[in-house]
Design a protein around this ligand. Structure first.
Ligand SMILES: Cc1ncc(COP(=O)(O)O)c(C=O)c1O
Length: 412
């Protein structure tokens, strides 16, 4: 694919040395800029975050923690990690932050390592109902090493069945309860989960990978006052580099730190940690606050538009950046719909529909909102998506390209 439109100094260096890879870098930039990114877990990081990621900090080995490293020469990267920790603590009002997890899954692994032993019982949202792989999938370490019991969502409303959570907790007496999801579009009632955990003697782990970016901007309730440990990713609405983090109270700080290093990870990735610090700094600004509220406003309009077009929107709408919907009333299942939409330049995911027979669609508004799109564009995207599903792929591709072209993710 010949790509000439996007040029950056980094790409020019790469082009001189390795044109094959340069084409891939530019091709991906072009793909991101010319299609509509509706994947709920994705976003566009700022140029400052990208600069930290592509910096010489990538060269540094730094096992351990600031002032207690197994490698020499860490005095400068130590400062970067301290800044990232301080900014995360202040942004989320947490007593302790660990910014080293390489990903959301690594953060969950470390949380389990801090609190559980192999064979312990854990209560979490079942996978067909929106639980993540790390919440007990047999294909994942979690399902192999722990005894997971799954709660679910109500067949009628799509909302978490709180009665079932309480009953299962009383019956199974789990060592930990996990709240968090890859596909739940509503706010979680953290106070409820805390109450059940206290009643049954369980730890509460909030896997806030999805909503944490909204929490940072005040657009979603925070799990920090309620959960023993909060796990999160830094690359979704939060708009940082791909990575994870853990927040907890002072009493668990040492256990969490030791669970990350040396128990589950080796050297910290200092370029990513610096990029996390940059993203936390950005997330503390009024602009970011406004952004998160716009993300939610956009998602509400998109959800309403999809419902008006005949898709069945789970729970009837959303409180967050995330929507799941069943496209089958338009005569197409989720998997076919995803392919048809991708061909038209609308990029999104399939997801399980808890009580449905086919798969549904999962989409989010974080990336489009970063590009500057608002409610008017969301209403347009809902109509465009439905028209593509009704078979107008070619015209749809032209419209998606035109819309994306008006809102470049990296205008400068
Ligand atoms: C709830 C939840 N937990 C964990 C993860 C894992 O994050 P990662 O892909 O960075 O490992 C995700 C990713 O989407 C998630 O949504």
């Amino acid at each position: 694919m010949p790509v000439t439109r996007i040029r950056t100094p980094e790409a020019d260096v790469l082009r001189r040395q390795d044109p094959e890879l340069a084409d891939i870098l530019l091709g991906e930039s072009e793909r991101q800029a010319s299609t509509l990114q509706l994947i709920a877990a994705e976003n566009f990081t700022s140029p400052a975050v990208l600069a930290a990621l592509g910096s010489p900090l990538a060269n540094k080995y730094a096992e351990g923690y600031p002032a207690a490293r197994h490698h020499g020469g860490c005095e400068i990267v130590d400062v970067a990690e301290r800044i990232a920790i301080d900014r995360a603590r202040s942004l989320f009002g947490a007593e302790h932050a660990n910014v080293q997890p390489h990903s959301g899954s690594s953060a969950v692994l470390a949380a389990y390592a801090a609190l559980l032993r192999p064979g312990d019982t854990v209560l979490a949202l079942g996978l067909p109902h929106g639980g993540h792989l790390t919440h007990g999938s047999p294909a994942n370490f979690s399902g192999r090493w722990f005894d997971f019991v799954g709660y679910g969502v109500d067949a009628e409303t799509g909302l978490i069945d709180h009665d079932q959570v309480r009953t299962l907790a009383r019956t199974h007496r789990p060592k930990a309860i996990v709240c968090g999801s890859i596909a739940y579009p509503r706010h979680l009632d953290y106070a409820f989960f805390r109450e059940v955990a206290d009643e049954t003697g369980a730890y509460l782990i909030a896997d806030a990978a999805h909503p944490i970016g909204l929490v940072a901007g005040g657009a979603a309730p925070s799990p920090v006052p309620y959960a023993d440990i909060v796990c999160a990713t830094t690359h979704k609405v939060l708009r940082g580099p791909r990575g994870g983090m853990i927040l907890c109270g002072a009493e668990l700080a040492e256990r969490v730190d030791r669970a990350v290093f040396p128990f589950t990870q080796g050297g910290a990735q200092m370029h990513t940690i610096a990029a996390k610090a940059v993203a936390f700094g950005e997330a503390a600004t009024p602009d970011y606050r406004a952004y998160t509220h716009q993300v939610v406003a956009n998602a509400k309009v998109l959800a309403a538009g999809l419902a008006a077009e005949g898709l069945v929107v789970t729970t009837g709408g959303t409180d967050t950046h995330l929507i799941t919907a069943d496209p089958s009333p338009l005569g197409v299942d989720g998997r076919t719909a995803r392919g048809r939409l991708a061909a038209a330049g609308l990029v999104l995911d399939c997801c399980a529909l808890p009580h449905g027979e086919t798969r549904g669609l999962r989409l989010g508004t974080a990336a489009l909102t970063t590009q500057g799109m608002g409610e008017e564009e969301m209403a347009y995207v809902a109509g465009l998506l439905a028209r593509v599903l009704r078979a107008d792929t070619q015209q749809g591709r032209a419209e998606a390209r035109e819309l994306a072209g008006r809102f470049p993710p990296y205008p400068d």
